[in-house]
Design a protein around this ligand. Structure first.
Ligand SMILES: Cc1cc2nc3c(=O)[nH]c(=O)nc-3n(C[C@H](O)[C@H](O)[C@H](O)COP(=O)(O)OP(=O)(O)OC[C@H]3O[C@@H](n4cnc5c(N)ncnc54)[C@H](O)[C@@H]3O)c2cc1C
Length: 502
């Protein structure tokens, strides 16, 4: 689709990750004229997909929250509904099958009581503490799930929700500055169980409980039992595809292969963008779905770095990226009853280390159509820093990819014997791949605290110090994950709609 560069838009969104697309569709649904500019060939960013040899691989996310059919925290369902669309989803009966040190094996069942029962059977002396800890997470969730989730930067909305749900609001204010570790230690003493709480956090926040905000934990640890984990039929890429369809039906536009080189600023106000081919587009509001580091270090001149961003960069650092193996395997590798998501860790000391924790996702157990008949997809990844992959020659880089992939596969043999022999297809991505295809500085998964902070209080909302410029996505409140960036998108669109008087 072509767009006159002289056209003026209500809002221009840089990037079509789920955060960017939810912002764009919410605005389009309110009647705004929006232009989304995406540097890649398809939408979705970390929630995109690619196809090889009959396999449809998810780029990143595959454990999807936010597809519930009740409450207010089902933000993916709501984002699709807002543009008159929906996706068939397949419920996952188990969120994660953990394979942990000292033969600690357990499953997080969709049924809360089944999960708490299984964990309590493993730690009978902590039965009461387990119940109290997870019940406290439910209290956070129940506060969030009582109210419409919109922009916390909009005073009239805050007043309204406060008068409608005063107790829920006070509950959230109480939990906002808290981290999981402090609350877990209040109820639980067993060191191994505390380590389990650490990995329960680490597997989505990439930091241990001590550094993980309680608000996010309340969402994750409860919604997995409330709305549940639900996989979109046709693969995760469907979410972005459907949002784009909805966006276009509402009269707005997305352009692919349109990499923004810089944000145009006039009289200290963001007024437009310039692509790498020098085309310029102008809009009343500019939204960046790139990470904060990309936005403030690449899309704007260095001298424009606001003091608030400098302070943020002192509090938060880039998390590592991942080495990802996208494997096609013979179906015989997976025994009957295998779960979709697994976490493998052999030594607690290595949980946070590069190549320590291994994540596994087998979406074809839920949607077999993503692979050729008789085959499954195994997407497995482990944290890795970009520095490990810098300065290598082409052949050294490829050799290192093979070596790291072999090590991961050998470790996975412990839970999937015969994996190596059953390989049909293998593609390895590194932090360099994430940087290149997802446009994320150093391929980072997102911001993590440099030190213990006051829960979520330090995460910025959508407005920035530069008038007219907003950020959305995982480097804004409340952080990483598809449902979290959808929250950020709802909030961003709400704030912009109010600013535009829509
Ligand atoms: C391996 C992996 C596994 C994950 N697993 C899960 C999971 O199971 N569940 C879950 O909920 N979350 C998971 N996540 C996290 C989740 O995918 C992300 O938090 C979320 O998708 C980030 O969305 P976003 O909107 O912030 O932006 P992104 O997905 O980063 O998208 C940003 C988009 O902006 C585009 N862009 C950037 N700069 C420019 C520019 N200058 N010009 C034009 N376009 C630009 C990019 O190309 C990209 O398409 C996972 C992430 C990874 C990497």
């Amino acid at each position: 689709m072509s767009v006159e560069s002289s056209s003026h838009f209500d809002a221009i969104v840089i990037g079509s990750g789920i955060g960017g697309l939810v912002t764009a569709t919410q605005l389009a649904a309110k009647g705004a004229r929006v232009l989304v500019l995406e540097s890649y060939l398809i939408p979705g960013g970390s929630a995109g997909y690619f196809e090889r040899n009959g396999y449809r691989f998810d780029v990143g996310a595959s454990m999807i929250f936010g597809f519930g059919d009740r409450g207010t925290t089902n933000l993916l369902t709501r984002a699709l509904e807002a543009v008159d669309t929906s996706i068939e989803t397949i419920p996952d009966p188990v969120q994660i099958h953990y394979h942990l040190p000292e033969d600690l094996e357990l499953k997080v069942h969709r049924e809360y009581e089944d999960f708490v029962g299984e964990l309590s059977a493993l730690f009978p002396h902590e039965k009461e503490g387990i119940r109290k800890f997870y019940d406290e997470c439910w209290r956070v969730f129940n506060c969030l799930n009582a109210m419409e989730l919109l922009s916390l930067e909009e005073p009239r909305y805050l007043m309204r929700v406060f008068f409608q749900h005063p107790l829920a609001c006070l509950g959230l204010v109480k939990y906002l500055p808290q981290n999981v570790g402090d609350i877990a230690r209040r109820y639980i003493k067993d060191p191994t169980l505390l380590k389990f709480i650490d990995i329960e956090c680490y597997c989505w926040s990439v930091v241990p409980a001590e550094l993980t905000p309680m608000i996010n934990a309340g969402m994750v640890f409860s919604d997995r039992h409330y709305g549940g984990i639900n996989y979109p039929k046709g693969g995760v890429g469907q979410i972005a595809q459907k949002l784009v369809e909805g966006l276009e039906k509402k009269g707005s536009t997305i352009l692919y292969k349109s990499r923004v080189k810089r944000i145009l600023v006039e009289n200290n106000r963001a007024v437009g963008v310039e692509l790498v081919n020098n085309t310029r587009y102008y809009g009343d509001r500019i939204v960046s779905n790139a990470t904060r580091w990309n936005t403030f270090q690449s899309l704007l001149p260095e001298e424009m770095l606001p003091a608030s961003e400098e302070r943020w960069q002192k509090r938060y650092q880039k998390s590592p990226s991942f080495v990802s193996l996208h494997l096609g395997v013979d179906a015989s590798v997976l025994p009957e009853g295998t779960e979709c998501h697994h976490i493998l860790l052999e030594n607690w000391e290595k949980m946070e280390e590069s190549h320590g924790t291994i994540f596994v996702s087998i979406p074809t157990l839920l949607d077999p159509d993503l692979a050729p008949s008789g085959h499954h997809i195994i997407h497995t990844f482990t944290p890795s820093w970009i520095n490990e992959w810098k300065g290598l020659s082409y052949s050294d880089y490829n050799a290192k990819k093979e070596e790291v992939a072999d090590r991961i596969i050998n470790r996975l043999e412990a839970i999937f014997p015969g994996l190596n022999a059953g390989l049909d297809y293998q593609e390895v991505g590194t932090p360099r791949t994430h940087r290149r295809f997802l446009n994320r500085q150093d391929g980072t998964y997102g911001p993590i605290p440099q030190r213990k902070l006051l829960g979520l209080l330090g995460m910025p909302f959508n407005r920035t110090a530069i008038p007219g410029l907003y950020c959305v996505g995982d480097s804004t409140f409340p952080g990483q994950g598809l449902n979290a960036v959808a929250f950020s998108g709802f909030a961003c669109a709400h704030r912009i709609a109010v600013d535009l008087g829509l």
